[in-house]
Design a protein around this ligand. Sequence first.
Ligand code: FA5
Length: 341
Amino acid sequence: MSKTQDTLKHVAENLRKRITTGDSVAQVLRSDELRALYAEIPTLPADERAAFGKQVNQLKTELEELGAEQTEKEDRRPIDVTAPFDVNTTEQKRPHLLPSNYGSQHPIPAEISDMIDIFYRMGFNVSESRQIDDDYHMFESLNFPDDHPARDHYDTFMSEEGFIAPAHTSTMQNRVLQEYKHVLADGEDIRVVIPDRVFRNEDLDATHEHTFYQLEGVVVGKNIHTGNLVATLQTYMSQYFKQELNTKIQPFYFPFTEPSFEFAVQRPDFLRKDDSEEQKWLELGGCGMIHPNVLSHANIDPNIYTGFAWGFGIERLVMMKYGIEDIRHFESAKLDFLRQF
Ligand code: FA5
């Protein structure tokens, strides 16, 4: 190897090492060693000059790329999940670091973002629910009489002090009505969606979980009627599923809506165990025109304003969209399942 090639090799090794051990690319590109290589080009015999110039330029590009890779690696450095609590850790026995490029977003929050995007384009605000609530919001403000059997449908977990893990996102209706009612005075409608986690004391099966997600919708204004409710849900469904689905809406009972309905979509074959009528439809949610007592609890005059609300099961929509046959997969920590998304 000629003396020039020898120097090039030596400098290249040195500069690569500087970048991988923490020097910035800018520092390395301004280094005296690299400058010396450039300075050497015009001093070489004419027939060696072009080839050597090309090699030095290639080295510069390689160092820039190495620098970019290094920055990326530093941004995604493994996180020591035991820090700063593992006081027994010594230099010799380093804690196990989690590979930081291993995970991905869980499908449920990813789908919730898509759902919110659609409702945002339909003019809705977004609120969050809560993981612990009280009797007033969960039942009383929603027109559940004391000791009414309808409360049993929302059998959930309760603390000894009487706090409740909400069994539905309707627990937020009174709060969002209070928060947004000022827009009514400007002649605008209240339009809010609330996606969040809910809890039920439930027998588990392929479509029932004890902890799952619902998306509540609340719309209030002047002259709002059932036709608006149906149109809103159908518009949303066709946007979310990117196709027209066979939907049906049938009378039901909720204390907080009058009239009340259940809406369901026709199950595709993969979500159907047999040909029975029960297996033909998948219930996605409940809905109805907001009961006048619920509006009155939020100090909204039911003689002037009307509205509708709905609540659907988020997992059930996601199951329909991707052909997932069992709701329990979502919480199962089955990596093969989760990595598909
Ligand atoms: C309710 O929870 C009402 N709050 C819905 C509502 C809101 C009606 C506003 C009127 C106005 P329901 O208990 O039917 O209704 O639950 C609504 C949806 O949540 C169901 O259709 C289903 O899609 C989903 N769901 C209910 N229970 C479970 C469960 N255990 N696991 C998974 N999804 C469930």
